[in-house]
Design a binder for this molecule. Sequence first.
Ligand SMILES: Nc1nc2c(c(=O)[nH]1)N[C@H]1C(S)=C(S)[C@@H](COP(=O)(O)O)O[C@H]1N2
Ligand SMILES: [Mo]
Length: 407
Amino acid sequence: MKSTLGIASRRGFLTGLGIGGLAAAAPAWAAGSVKLPLPGGPDERALTTAFPGKGEMILQRTRPPLLETPFEVFDEGVFTPNDRFYVRWHWANIPAAVDANTYRLKVHGHVHKDLSLSLDDLARLPRFEIAAVNQCSGNSRGLFEPRVAGAQWANGSMGNARWAGVRLKDVLDKAGVKAGAVQVRFNGLDEPVVDGAPDFKKSLDLDHAQDGEVMLAYAMNGEQLPLLNGFPLRLVVPGWYSTYWVKMLSDIEVLDKPDENYWMKIAYRIPDVPGANIKPGQTGFKTVPINRMVPRSFVTNMRDGAKVAAGSPVAIRGLALGGDCGVKAVDFSGDGGATWSPAELGMDEGKYSFRRFTGSLPALAAGAHAVKVRCTNANGLVQPMDPVWNAAGFMQNGVETVSFQVA
Ligand SMILES: Nc1nc2c(c(=O)[nH]1)N[C@H]1C(S)=C(S)[C@@H](COP(=O)(O)O)O[C@H]1N2
Ligand SMILES: [Mo]
């Protein structure tokens, strides 16, 4: 049977690709290791090819899987291949397979009609597509000084994909949201490993959930989602940090009061003053749930320590994201930020997508040099020269510097 999702074979999908069996997978360590530019060390990480649907990835943690995208992948294009797309889970109880034929999405709570939707039911709703960057709140946490606790990601817990599926709004309309509803809560098939630990659930305000951009994705870059990126269905919240992008989505609950579950009330909170630089040990400031992304830009064609030939211009190529809006400009500086030149922007794939930029520094004298890149987004927000420190290590977006040698 040809699926309405365009997925050739969905029966028994992924059966046998057990995540539980990973410990026995010898090739995990065979691929060698990589050094990440982490000022707080330790910086050595194993490379692994042992995870289902994934090529070579940087192993940050095995259970639950935290896999970072090797940075050179970002130089290949504006879209991140599914098999190199980073992975992050909070709990290790993740189904080793999901049967797409028996899978159902439950919609309930403050609605007129409870729903139990199959993937075919979902595919009958209007198809919606959007390019959007999925970035962990803690992307680049390992670059903060002083060091903060948590996964020591370098810059590879982000990726860009073309997501296809249905609008959340259409699903909510089908159920009929009752007057008095305020938020919508999302839960996936993964579960905590210890009794009493809080199941991972996230909520969005109702008006955000109904904005016509928040979507349920059943495809990523034209293919079904890799299991570890949320097969068969995940939430996509364009412009927002991916803590909200609930994977293996199985349950949507419309709430008539604000969600006070652990993952909203305690975890993933930021100071309520945008850009506030919190001091280590500082307490007593008001917080809000983390939300919109901020602008960033990265050089992708050179790494720290690159060697460049004297006598010719230095080509610069990279990726930028605006955050919750498009990229207005990317500027680069070869003199430590004293003067800036505008980079040329590549094709616009939509405001939530990565955007390619290119530029070139004039031929430089032999010796040590560095280039800085800085994105300004369509709302006029500019990357700060230094990271905005906070104890959770969220929203790192300081201007990146790549040092290189001209010889
Ligand atoms: N079901 C479920 N969804 C989840 C999470 C999780 O632990 N469980 N983690 C969230 C966080 S914090 C991140 S950064 C993204 C990572 O998405 P990816 O693994 O597809 O890159 O998934 C989000 N969705
Ligand atoms: Mo995250």
